[in-house]
Write a protein that binds this ligand. Structure first.
Ligand code: ATP
Ligand code: MG
Length: 248
């Protein structure tokens, strides 16, 4: 049987330069709908930049990023809102607003993408998602009162608020204890089973093996290698290479 793999998001000869530095050079890749892709490679290699370009948060200096065949940089307001409603991002540094409470931070995506919800319904959804991620602190406090790990839980909860079908996760289990990390891995596994598309950055080989259908090795701003699920899981040479790449 031929598996149907629909192109959801496509990088076409994407380059990105900042401050006279070429950070990403000529990356082309098509993310298929319903697949989970790991971005791996050494620190400073360009993983976060590729993730942000893929999520439409950075505008490429060259090439284009297309979502369902439409160039993200050329979307009108309505198309952009639809794309943002479908996709959600967990940033490497969590990126929570310092002057807002956890409740306000989590409500904001609902205010934008589900304006019909009442304050009570919003609060219900905030509590439901925080329960899912295992957050136990007060929701009236601000991010500065949370540990890095707790901030990661809130960042993950924020990404889930509007039930995205496309998730971008950057170092999303970093600073978490094993139990919390496993809880988030479980939530990603559930979404994968629902056919959602997941693009994640991780240095954790166990998590990559557990979740990824493929891995893109990004080093020196280039897409150096594509590893299949079988290669990630069963090819000793490649997994040794991966361990070295991730650790360096
Ligand atoms: N806006 C920018 N201006 C200048 N340099 C940048 C910019 N964004 C990224 N870079 C540089 O590009 C390189 C890749 O950065 P990126 O954050 O994508 O790496 P990474 O693979 O995510 O690393 P890590 O594993 O440490 O998170 C780094 O050397 C970084 O300093
Ligand atoms: Mg990074």
């Amino acid at each position: 049987m031929i598996e149907r793999m629909e192109s959801l998001l496509e990088l076409v000869h994407v380059g990105f330069s900042a401050q006279n530095q070429e950070v990403i050079r000529d990356v082309s890749w098509t993310y298929a709908e319903g697949k989970t892709t790991a971005l791996v490679g050494p620190s400073g290699g360009g993983k976060s930049t590729v993730l942000k370009l893929s999520a439409g948060l950075l505008v490429p200096s060259r090439g284009e990023v297309n979502f369902r065949g439409k160039n993200i940089s050329q979307m009108n307001r309505r198309e952009n809102l639809e794309f943002r409603g479908e996709g959600a991002v967990v940033f490497q540094d969590s990126a929570l607003w310092a002057n807002q409470t956890i409740h306000q931070i989590l409500e904001l995506p609902l205010r934008v993408h589900a304006p019909e919800l009442s304050p009570d319904a919003r609060l219900g959804r905030v509590r439901e998602v925080l329960r899912q991620v295992g957050y136990r602190k007060d929701i009236g406090i601000r991010p500065a009162m949370l540990s890095m790990g707790e901030q990661k839980l809130v960042a993950f909860a924020r990404a889930l608020m509007c039930r995205p079908r496309l998730l971008f996760l950057d170092e999303w289990t970093e600073s978490l204890d094993d139990r919390s990390a496993q809880r988030l891995v479980g939530l990603v596994r559930e979404r994968k089973a629902l056919g959602h598309t997941i693009i994640f950055v991780s240095h954790d080989l166990h998590i990559i093996r557990d979740l990824a259908d493929q891995a893109l090795v990004i080093s020196g701003g280039e897409l150096c290698m594509v590893l299949t699920e079988a290669q990630i899981k069963y090819d000793d040479n490649l997994s040794r290479f991966l361990e070295k790449e991730i650790a360096s």
